[in-house]
Design a protein around this ligand. Sequence first.
Ligand code: EPZ
Length: 416
Amino acid sequence: MQKIYIAGGQPLKGTVRISGAKNAALAIISAALLASEPVILDNIPNITDVRILLDIVTKLGAKVAYQDETTVEISTPDCIDTNTPYQEVKKLRASNLLLGSLLARFHRAEIALPGGCNIGSRPMDLHIKGLQALGASINLEHGFIKGTCKRLTGSKVYLDFPSVGATENIMVAAALAEGQTILENVAKEPEIVDLANFLNSMGAKIRGAGTDVIKIEGVSQLGGGRYSVIPDRIEAGTFMVAAAATRGDLLIDHVIPTHIEPLIAKLREANVNVSEEDDAVRVIGTDELKPIDIKTLPYPGFPTDMQSQMMAMLTSVKGTSVIVENVFENRLQVADEFKRMGARIKVESRTAIIQGVNKLQGAQVKASDLRAGAALIIAGLIAEGETEICNTHYIDRGYENIEEKLVSVGARIRRA
Ligand code: EPZ
């Protein structure tokens, strides 16, 4: 079992380059199965989740070839297996995004119902309701979602909650459906826009991604092409918070500033100096950080994926900060690990009340999910003494070479 060791107290200084967006890459790789010709994807992050998904689509019969570290070619023949094995799916919830593309092109799909994970129950009712509206017949049998359909037909679908995954699955399915689909109350995350742009680059007809209503004119088939995935706004945000928390001076390069507006606004409210450039942001932490209140919401609200990282920073900001987690029902548990490091946090249901302390103390802690792991790294960077983090596999799911990137800007971090 690998562990990460951090000796705290070093401000981060220098430049770090952000990798491609995990949550865009996973959706786009799943959607690539729609294409009848080869698809080349650039700026694919070299992370565990991506490798697992590429492994799943290979097992289904697609041809996957890396052209270099971050460029991968995917060719999907007209007939592939459509049963994703439970062993794989339980490793990667995002394999549920295959449902839409397998149904749309192959008219069959069998996906193991992804188990819950540490941040919540992760239901799929909205995915299923939307795909049924397009004409798929879907049953739950022995822990598997089994779907079959003739050619899907366009329909009007209203999402009870702007679910990112449900929006992606239904949009992908509608791309090859007969006729028009109107999707309402959809997720507006930048990854949804990236997926729509990718699909349109292959011949789909999708309008309105990024707004509350997406209109899709179904086409009979999609061609191939080449597409570059957007930078990862959550990786960027994680480094921004690390720079602010360590009172450093960091240039985060290869980002799209508009994608991180919610975070920039909150950091400025905490008295962090943030300046935006074309495709970079510079973050300078000051000694007088201010306590703030945060509510996580669907985009363009404050992203739930940045909540634990902000909590790490706020543990040592004088005063009282309040975080309300509105998206996932169980995503405040990293507070228990921070308390082992001396933080003063009171968690009641979806609310965490943080009383800033002078200094966290290094301790042995464990990551419970991907973003909690990243938050523990930030806590280790500002703690006095050494912090030892276990369950580092969670961190590797979504962060490419995180130690190398941190060492390059002055952190004393190693993995053993
Ligand atoms: C995506 O998960 C991301 N994952 C998550 O990132 C991210 O936290 C989340 O969107 C919210 O932004 C990927 O893109 C691979 P949701 P997803 O469907 O699609 C409820 C990370 O750390 N819901 O928007 O699963 C659900 O219970 C990961 O990178 C239903 O009720 O998120 C939750 O409370 C973590 N029924 C809320 O919606 C459904 O059918 C948000 O879930 C689907 C969802």
